[in-house]
Design a protein around this ligand. Structure first.
Ligand code: PLP
Length: 630
């Protein structure tokens, strides 16, 4: 694979490319303090790592415990003379041992080879001074590791976290812009140096100072212990602003390929990732099957329809005998309209529980189809109240059916389907759930929730393309709809009857390409490990997204306890000088499509994470959002 877009890479030295675990400076710092009569812990010696070594000594002296020990021992505060004396000692000590700490870390030479093959400049920065660096660099070169340029901490006005060493590298290597360059290091001050310089920044865990373990120690730790420690370091890096965290230097090349791809996405012809709740990003496989044409009356095609119907019921419930499904052409709303108008007979009343735009759409449908209804409207940001629903049902004895949304895509809120299902069962009321944006992405058994009609569509969590909806329903209940006809093409009873009687024929022309793509998508859902595994992926990605944006002060609008793993609504920051439209356009230029908000009062935007979207994509999106908004 070729790297086309990264302009330069800046590597740290000790703990990143040489001296696994970054032990040379540690022992010298500890010795210098010991010689003064003060015993310091390894953790204390590590804490400021990455800084210029004189600054490092000052930061250690500032640690409360050390400061107190000093005052007790000397009966006075430490001063400039002390720092000079200690630093002089440090310098003498480390110069004597540095030649032993220049062994390249695994992956360092391979990485520079890849960079050179791709004509990417390799700069380097360090907390060491020039005299220290000379020793390390010449020994490392003998062992095969050498960057194109080296800047030491005392060759610029100020060391890390200032980005001046990077600037000096860039000038001498003639590389720019820095937002197309990558900084790689193993300490918090490395990350800050990269962030302050406006670079894409990668933190390295294994071999680095933050983890602070020798190679043998990393190997001998239990898996749980190592994972726990690595998670702590990863967290610190991300909090310090790292764009990426690599387990080890060997993992960096994959990240670079990924960064390169993102940097390269700039024109409209290229692939866009849809962070929207459907249509969404689909797999190559799903797109491929649409290259072929199919006819609708053929047995093979009818068979496909039957297989899809069986799969949907299997996903919906263990109680497959009692449930059946019907597929209906059109977008999801057609299926909602088809369901409401087929299920609620003339003269009967529907209770609609709404806290968002999709609940309100049900009201619009009732108005258009002359279906008698009562609406319980809750504020968009509020969960539906079980008490209120109970009260309404108690007061209105003629309610025949209740309809609500599972995941209200307007806000991303998950509504209490289980609790409402208990009420409808108790009162013998039909229960209709629009689970459009959640079916296939959130595990549930509709039989356990007493759902009589559940509606979803081809382009949501099953990850197919748009073109039809489907209704999973109790066989006994759809049979009761026989004489309810209000509409022809949306009549779900007729549609179901024909599919049943003909074993898979759609009443009118079916969206053949969409259907075959959906069949493929179902197979891929199975390959992923079913709804449970998909739910895990969505949940992890949603959390990652919310946490990354929170770090830059962008908060989601609803409480975590009711947040779905499907889509998140964020409050658009009002302290920046960039309209949402410009923000949207800039993200689109980089290949990311997000979703405008739908709330009337607040300025919001939405990010969906269903579809073929993985951890990298979320990280890249967060990175771009951070970059654009800062
Ligand atoms: C997507 C969606 C719909 C259907 O919208 P269409 O644009 O008609 O496909 C209905 N309800 C919810 C909750 C949805 O997320």
């Amino acid at each position: 694979m070729k790297l086309n877009n990264i302009k330069g890479v800046f590597l740290d030295w000790a703990g990143t490319t040489v001296d696994y675990g970054c032990f040379a400076p540690i022992q010298c710092f500890m010795k210098v303090f010991k010689d003064e009569g003060i015993d310091v812990f390894v953790e204390e010696a590590r804490q400021p790592m990455g800084l210029k070594k004189r600054d490092h000594i000052i930061e250690m002296l500032k640690i409360d415990r050390i400061n107190n020990l000093w005052n007790k021992h000397f009966g006075r505060q430490w001063n400039e003379d002390d720092i000079n004396r200690m630093y002089k000692r440090f310098e003498e000590d480390i110069l004597l041992i540095l030649h032993n700490y220049a062994e390249p870390i695994k992956g360092a030479i391979e990485l520079t080879n890849i960079l050179r093959e791709n004509n990417i400049a390799i700069g380097s920065t360090s907390g060491y001074t020039k005299s220290m660096m000379d020793i390390v660099a010449s020994n490392a070169k003998d062992k095969g590791y050498y960057p194109d340029y080296i800047v030491a901490a005392d060759e610029v006005k100020a060391g890390r976290p200032y980005p001046y060493m990077i600037y000096k590298n860039a000038e001498n290597l003639s590389i720019y812009p820095l937002n197309k360059c990558v900084k790689i290091g193993d300490t918090i001050s490395d990350i800050k140096e990269g962030v302050n310089g406006g670079l894409i920044t990668i933190g390295i865990i294994k071999g680095g100072s933050e983890l602070g373990l020798r190679e043998e120690e990393v190997k001998s730790l239990s898996k749980e212990d190592l994972t726990r420690r690595m998670d702590i370091v990863r967290d610190k890096f991300l909090k310090a602003g790292a764009s990426y965290v690599a387990d080890s230097l060997e993992d960096v090349k994959d990240i670079l390929y990924n960064i390169d791809k993102i940097l390269g996405i700039s024109t409209t012809e290229e692939r866009k990732l849809l962070f929207t709740p459907g249509p969404l990003s689909t797999s190559e496989g799903v797109k491929k099957v649409m290259d072929y044409d199919y006819c609708t009356w053929d047995d093979e095609y009818k068979n496909l329809t039957e297989k899809i119907r069986a799969s949907i019921v299997n996903i919906a419930t263990k109680n497959t005998k009692e449930y059946t499904t019907v597929l209906l052409q059109g977008s999801g709303t057609y299926s909602v309209e088809g369901t409401l108008s087929t299920v609620v007979p003339k003269g009967k009343t529907l209770l609609i529980c709404s806290n968002g735009a999709y609940g309100e759409r049900m009201i619009e449908i009732c108005e258009a189809e002359s279906i008698a209804y009562i609406a319980y409207k809750e504020e968009y940001k509020n969960p539906l109240s079980i008490e209120t629903i109970s009260e309404i049902i108690d007061k209105n004895k003629d309610i025949y059916a209740l309809a609500m949304i599972h995941c209200e895509t307007t806000t991303g809120m998950l509504n209490p389907v289980k609790e409402v299902g208990e009420i409808t069962k108790k009162h013998n009321i039909l229960f209709i759930v629009d689970a459009m944006s959640s079916f296939g992405g959130i595990p549930m058994d509709i039989s356990d929730f007493n759902i009589d009609f559940l509606i979803s569509s081809s382009n949501k969590c099953i990850e197919g393309v748009p073109g039809f909806g489907f209704i999973v329903c109790k066989r006994s209940e759809i049979e009761r709809c026989k004489n309810n006809k209000r509409t022809l093409s949306l009549d779900i009873y007729d549609q179901w009857r024909v599919m049943e009687d003909t074993k898979g024929k759609w009443r009118f022309t079916s969206p053949t390409h969409v259907v075959t793509a959906f069949y493929k998508a179902l197979k891929e859902l199975e390959d992923e490990g079913g709804v449970e595994e998909r739910y895990k992926r969505y949940s992890k990605n949603q959390k990652l997204l919310a946490e990354s944006l929170k770090e830059i002060g962008i908060n989601s609008i609803i409480d975590k306890t009711v947040q779905s793993p499907i889509i998140t609504t964020f409050i658009y920051p009002n302290n920046i000088n960039l309209s949402f439209n410009e923000f949207y356009k800039k993200l689109k230029e980089r290949g990311f499509i997000i979703y405008p908000g739908k709330l009337t009062k607040e300025n919001t935007f939405r990010v969906g994470n269903i579809g073929k979207i993985y951890e990298w994509d979320i990280r890249n999106l967060s990175l771009c959002i951070k970059e654009i908004l800062s």
